[in-house]
Design a protein around this ligand. Structure first.
Ligand code: FBP
Length: 559
């Protein structure tokens, strides 16, 4: 019986690249501090909540010839939130840096996400354990979870667990919510003179944890390449059979970076962008009308097939539904301990909700099909987010486009055939073998996280920039977590959270779609990217995303 696939065996041997500033060794670094920073919004409130960690400078590392010996220390690491390709390499990079700094250093992995540090569930990493997971996808080395760290009791327990293990640094690998946890924990530890530093690493396939200092979160590269392969395969199937419209929902809880990237890689007929829907205040009816127009025009051209990409988070960006969901969230939070509501039958629940919403929101809620109403009432995740991956927007749109076409048929304005298939690509891409880009980027982020600990920093996010250049030219450093924060309503209360980076409609990536989408709607300019290549020519194996290429070249032009 085989224990590993041939690809697994080969990938274990891959040696990730480091920026040359780090490649000289963890004990040969100097750190340069930039200017003091401010949070992106709500500065006064964030400053008040993060008295000790607010306003720190951005830092950059360079290699130096002054070799120092590092004192012995124990570090803990947590994988947090949704899986993203490359998480194991962050841990491998952290482990290698820590052992290089002092071979007596220890790395503990907390099990099952942030709850591991509270419940004291952990393993100690060994060479054997790390070597078995190098360059592999998944978070299964220690597992992940979405526990929100916010209560005094949780922080006290985490402190006790760290004290028991002699841990003086914690690395949290996560997205915006998980790095909000990291910022809270960092502040709490400083406030209590705990002597424990906290560093975050930017993870999420959604690509929405980014700013001037963080060009992209890890996992986006591999996940979008995986979805682009699948979408490309479907484009070719549609173009061969010429009988189906494929409505494909793509993961990405809020922002449409994933949808936009996949669209640029494959050139489908329709791509919906949630941020555009919101900014142009498009109603659900308008979205359906626009899609139907393309379906009907293509039918006139004899093309009863096509591909539509639908962002996972669309529903929360349609203004009338967004307002309804926001009030629905408050209503559900208020009903959390209401047994009348909890024990009610489904229809009775709908009635209770309708009665609590204002008349406009109640009308929007009532207009949705039962399936969507049920999905909107499902539990929020621990951070208060609607679980959009469970909302079948692709089916809702198929139903509505189909109804509109039936109406047009009656009026004699449409004479085509509409046969639709729905898909949801999300989980398929989150644990793929990391691309060479993600394998290198993640290893560098982990290695760099130890450099931030070594220089005594806390409340920082590991940052590796200049990512369109070869890895040797990447720039390593750190950015204060408070710099990315603002106040947002969660579970009915205003809380400090890291601000999500949404698609900018005046940015180069959206502009590229806008320039081409009418052509792509009617002339079939499909591109078939194929699967990720791990071995072979560099211009096939080491390419980054269209998003990074376009964003970085726009930055260069602006300079
Ligand atoms: P993170 O922000 O934690 O990286 O997770 C992102 C994501 O993959 C979203 O795209 C998706 O909506 C969500 O996780 C699904 O969550 P779950 O794994 O809990 O079903």
């Amino acid at each position: 019986m085989k224990e590993l696939s041939s690809l697994q065996v080969e990938r274990l041997k891959y040696q990730p690249k480091l920026p040359s500033s780090l490649a000289g060794g963890i004990n040969n670094l100097t750190m340069t501090e930039g200017n003091k920073t401010e949070s992106v919004k709500d500065q006064e409130q964030i400053k008040e909540l993060f008295k000790n960690t607010y306003g720190k400078p951005v830092v950059t590392f360079n290699s130096s010839n002054n070799k120092e010996v590092s004192k012995k220390r124990n570090i803990g690491v947590i994988l947090s939130g949704g899986q993203a390709p490359g998480g194991h390499n962050v841990i491998a990079g952290l482990y290698d840096a820590l052992k290089q700094a002092n071979s007596e250093n220890k790395l503990y992995g907390f099990l099952g996400g942030p709850s591991g540090i509270i419940d004291g569930k952990y393993i100690e990493f060994t060479d054997e354990k790390i070597n078995a997971y190098r360059n592999t996808g998944g978070f299964d080395i220690i597992g992940s979870g979405r526990t929100k760290l916010e209560t005094e009791e949780q922080f006290q327990k985490a402190w006790q667990v760290c004290k028991n293990l002699g841990i003086t640094g914690v690395v949290i690998i996560g997205g915006d919510d998980s790095n909000t946890n990291a910022a809270m924990l960092a502040e709490w530890f400083v406030n209590h003179n705990a002597g424990i530093q906290v560093i975050g690493c930017p993870k999420t396939i959604d690509g929405d944890l980014k700013n001037d200092q963080i060009e992209i979160s890890f996992g986006f590269d591999t996940a979008t390449k995986t979805y682009a392969e699948l979408v490309g395969n479907i484009l070719r199937d549609a173009n061969s059979a010429k009988k189906y419209w494929h409505f494909i929902k793509l993961m990405g809880r809020s922002a449409t970076h994933v949808g936009l990237e996949v669209a640029l890689q494959t050139q489908p007929n329709i791509t919906l962008i949630s941020e555009e829907v919101e900014q142009k205040k498009m109603s659900l009816k308008q979205i359906v009308d626009n899609m139907t127009e393309i379906v009907a025009k293509r039918a006139q051209m004899g093309k009863n097939f096509g591909i539509a990409l639908i962002p996972e988070g669309l529903i929360e960006f349609i203004p009338e539904i967004k307002s309804m969901i926001s009030n629905l969230n408050d209503t559900l939070a208020a009903l959390e301990n209401d047994n009348n509501y909890k024990n009610a039958e489904e229809n009775a629940k709908f009635e209770i909700i309708k009665g609590k919403l204002n008349s406009a929101d109640s009308a929007v809620f009532s207009s949705l099909p039962t399936m969507i109403k049920q999905q909107l009432l499902m539990d929020r995740d621990p951070h208060g987010n609607v679980q959009v991956s469970k909302i079948e927007t692709e089916k809702l749109l198929i139903e509505m486009v189909s109804a509109k076409l039936a109406e047009m048929k009656k009026q004699g304005t449409y004479n085509g055939k509409f046969s639709a298939q729905c898909h949801f690509f999300g989980y398929e891409g989150r644990c793929a073998f990391p691309s060479n880009f993600d394998a290198d980027y993640c290893y560098s982020l982990g290695y760099n996280a130890f450099a931030l600990l070594k220089f005594g920093l806390t409340g920082y996010l590991s940052s590796v920039k200049n990512l369109s250049a070869p890895a040797s030219k990447w720039v390593a450093g750190g950015v204060p977590l408070t710099m990315m924060m603002n106040m947002e309503k969660r579970h009915g209360e205003f809380k400090p959270v890291i601000k999500k980076a949404l698609v900018e409609l005046d940015g180069p990536v959206f502009k590229e779609l806008e320039k081409n989408r009418t052509t792509w709607a009617y002339e079939d300019k499909y591109i078939f990217p194929g699967s990720i290549q791990y071995f072979g020519p560099s211009d096939v194996c080491d390419i980054t995303t269209e998003t990074l290429k376009l964003e970085n070249s726009a930055k260069l032009t602006a300079v």
